[in-house]
Ligand binder design. Structure first.
Ligand SMILES: CCCCCCCCCCC/C=C/C(=O)SCCNC(=O)CCNC(=O)[C@H](O)C(C)(C)COP(=O)(O)OP(=O)(O)OC[C@H]1O[C@@H](n2cnc3c(N)ncnc32)[C@H](O)[C@@H]1OP(=O)(O)O
Ligand SMILES: NC(=O)C1=CN([C@@H]2O[C@H](COP(=O)(O)OP(=O)(O)OC[C@H]3O[C@@H](n4cnc5c(N)ncnc54)[C@H](OP(=O)(O)O)[C@@H]3O)[C@@H](O)[C@H]2O)C=CC1
Length: 283
């Protein structure tokens, strides 16, 4: 699909790059010639991922970091610069989320999600942005949001995540304008349903419900991680150099299905339509 050197020698930092979608994105970037730095809280997860990801070659540097802590974020970039000497691309992928009626949340629960998603993304963006501006270096930042942020609708039962991801999208759009003069590009992806252990264990109440959810996707299936990874590769590549401040939704049409007032009529059969049409024409 892409030139095999699309991301050759690009140094790419991925938060949450040891699991789920972050890891899938990283694996694709490696195939396209990038050098990776992955970061998250659990050192053992990062270490195992780095080993497995480099079985066919390539380089994955890992460094534990809780993105909620600005001093750890500074240490992370110090370590990456000491190792690679530069960073070209940042993927803000780390997130926290769980389902709960909002009135049951403690203030610590709210902080936990807001601090990972909004503050963590902001600290990573700010630390690297300052370095790039000082170095007079251009670069690209990709933020992973959600369809409930991109649609503007938000969502009940994941309200801290909805508020935080909306903030991340606003950060993306704001800096796309402010930092364009430094050659810093901002883009975002809004994924729909991509089954991962991290998301499904916290967000899908039962296996049966998971199956049923697929029916609300017009394409009647979940996304493949490789589909998301290919989009993430294109958006950070030089081929997408004129895309700035945009969010690309990849959800099989799920959010549009919910938005169109008459879309539930997709459940009607041809026979239903024959009967309905005859009835309505007779009026
Ligand atoms: C029916 C429809 C289903 C649709 C399914 C389709 C899905 C598609 C859309 C998916 C959008 C996905 C967005 C995502 O972001 S997925 C990523 C999920 N991955 C993660 O969340 C990984 C990281 N998460 C965590 O580490 C934890 O979950 C947490 C965010 C809680 C942070 O961990 P930490 O160790 O810092 O936090 P604590 O355990 O100390 O807890 C802090 C306070 O939060 C309270 N808490 C924790 N869990 C819950 C819960 N489930 N419900 C209510 N409250 C919770 C905890 O009690 C602490 O508060 P207190 O000290 O006051 O007790
Ligand atoms: N899967 C899906 O269907 C969807 C996912 N998304 C988004 O995709 C991204 C990846 O999610 P997914 O792969 O599904 O889930 P995962 O749970 O696998 O990924 C979350 C990652 O974030 C890391 N992380 C969490 N808290 C912190 C922290 N404080 N500091 C550093 N790293 C942290 C975790 O590692 P560790 O625990 O080691 O810190 C983990 O690697 C997220 O932004 C999510 O919101 C959006 C829409 C749909």
């Amino acid at each position: 699909m892409f030139r095999s050197d699309l991301l050759r020698d690009k140094v790419i930092v991925i938060t949450g790059g040891g699991t789920g979608l972050g890891r899938a994105i990283g694996e694709r970037y490696l195939e396209l010639g990038a050098k990776l730095a992955i970061a998250s809280r659990r050192k053992d997860v990062l270490q195992t991922a780095a080993q497995e990801m480099t079985q066919n070659g390539g380089e994955v540097f890992y460094h534990p970091c809780d993105v909620r802590d600005p001093s750890q974020v500074t240490e992370l970039f110090d370590a990456i610069y000491a190792h690679y000497g530069k960073v070209d691309i940042l993927v803000n992928n780390a997130a926290g989320n769980f389902i709960s009626p909002t009135e049951r949340l403690s203030s610590r629960a709210v902080d936990s999600v807001l601090n990972i998603v909004l503050h963590g993304t902001f600290y990573m963006t700010l630390e690297l942005g300052k370095r790039w501006i000082e170095e007079k270096k251009s670069g690209t930042m990709l933020n992973i949001v959600t369809t409930y942020a991109a649609s503007g609708a938000g969502s009940g039962f994941v309200v801290p995540s909805a508020a935080a991801k909306a903030g991340v999208l606003t950060l993306t759009r704001s800096l796309a304008v402010e930092w364009a003069k430094y050659g810093i590009r901002q883009v975002a992806i809004a994924p729909g349903m991509f089954p991962t252990e991290g998301a499904w264990s916290r967000l899908v109440p039962s296996e049966e419900m998971g199956e049923r959810l697929l029916n609300r996707v017009p394409l009647h299936r979940a996304g493949n991680k490789s589909e998301l990874a290919n989009l993430a590769a294109f958006l950070v590549s030089d081929e997408a150099a004129y895309i700035n401040g945009e969010v690309v939704t990849i959800d099989g049409g799920e959010w549009l299905q919910g938005a169109g007032e008459f879309n539930e009529l997709a459940d009607l059969t041809n026979e239903d339509w024959d009967q309905l049409s005859a009835k309505m024409r007779s009026k």
